[in-house]
Write a protein that binds this ligand. Structure first.
Ligand code: SF4
Length: 333
């Protein structure tokens, strides 16, 4: 790879913008030395670009948002460097984001890619070895700048060529956030989120549900992933799932997300959840779904009438709620 000489004397680059404090500061440090910074952010079923949009707006930066769905689904299926604490393939995810940003930088005639990473801030994903793996794996090692810790890392090509002044980059190291808070004050960066966060793959419950999809060969089913955000999830067999709304907001979402081939159930005599059955269900599955629904309705004992709507029409059954043993056995998390 080779980035082009700066056009018109202006050095340009992409800063990976999560919207957290560190990526905002990385942009500020570079911009302070006259570099033209464009923010780049990625979206997928697991994370969005809202924090990045907010950051770009507040900092007055142009922002590019790229769809990262295909890459992240591939990495959740086969992460070459494994997962973090949950189903988060952070090292490979970061590598892929930098690779995409690097390609785009080359195409756009930019001179570098930068991130807000801080050496040793996170024990697993930001130690020296992980930073090296990411830099090498991205294919853009010589063009990747980490402005907050750059002086502790090998010199990059834009620094060697004098496009970026290494002396004005920083040497932050470790877990303390005090230097970042001081920088935030200096640059007038306020109202940033506590952590860039927002990646559902690092949430224990979501991650366990996603793991269940992965175990059943459904990693690339974007609609099934969207459903993971709502309700209680039960697995009846390798292909059939039941999702039971927890509250009105869940019920509304599930009703909207249900596809024509899904079965939709609701309790008729007492307030209760919306129940969605996905997959090639049979009559026994629908009966079990109705029992799970009654179990989570306001009726604590006795039978309740449940309406079952499928592509083939509508029927009603009267059932009692599932016993705890069944609920616990089928529950995904
Ligand atoms: S937390 Fe999520 S978005 Fe961030 S690097 Fe890890 S997998 Fe990717």
């Amino acid at each position: 790879m080779e980035m082009k000489e700066p056009a018109g004397g202006t050095v340009r680059g992409y800063v990976l913008m999560s919207g957290g404090l560190d990526s905002r500061l990385a942009a500020c440090v570079l911009r302070e030395q006259g570099v033209a910074v464009t923010a780049i952010s990625f979206t997928s079923p697991f994370f969005g670009a809202d924090n990045a949009r907010d950051a770009a707006l507040r900092l007055g930066l142009p922002l590019v948002v790229e769809d990262f769905t295909e890459e992240i689904l591939r990495l959740v299926e086969h992460p070459p460097h494994g997962f973090g604490s949950y189903l988060n393939p952070c090292i490979d995810c970061h590598t892929a984001m930098i690779r995409l940003a690097g390609r785009r930088a080359e195409q756009d005639g930019f001179q570098f890619v930068a991130t807000g990473e801080v050496l040793n801030q996170r024990p697993m994903s930001q130690n020296r070895r992980s930073l090296d793996i990411v830099a090498d794996g991205s294919g853009y090692r010589d063009w990747l700048i980490r402005p907050l810790s750059a002086r502790l890392l090998p010199e990059t090509e834009p620094e060697r060529r004098g496009w970026i002044d290494r002396g004005r980059l920083l040497d932050l190291n470790g877990r303390s956030r005090k230097p970042q808070f001081a920088l935030a004050e200096r640059y007038g960066v306020t109202d940033y989120p506590e952590s860039a966060g927002g990646c559902r793959l690092t949430e224990p419950n979501f991650s366990a549900r996603m793991k269940d999809l992965r175990n059943h060969g459904c990693v690339s089913d974007v609609h099934a992933i969207e459903m993971l955000r709502y309700g209680r999830h039960f697995r009846l067999n390798s292909k059939v799932k039941v999702i039971v709304g927890r509250d009105e907001a869940d019920n509304n979402k599930l009703e909207r997300l249900a596809r024509p081939r899904d079965a939709l159930l609701d309790t008729l005599e007492v307030p209760g959840p919306i129940i969605v059955v996905t997959g090639p269900y049979n009559d026994d599955d629908l009966l079990l779904a109705a029992q799970l629904g009654v179990r989570h309705s306001d009726r604590k004992s006795g039978a309740v009438e449940v309406r079952i709507r499928t592509g083939g029409g509508e029927c009603r059954v009267s059932v009692v709620g599932s016993p705890d043993e069944v609920v616990n056995r089928l529950r995904v998390c």
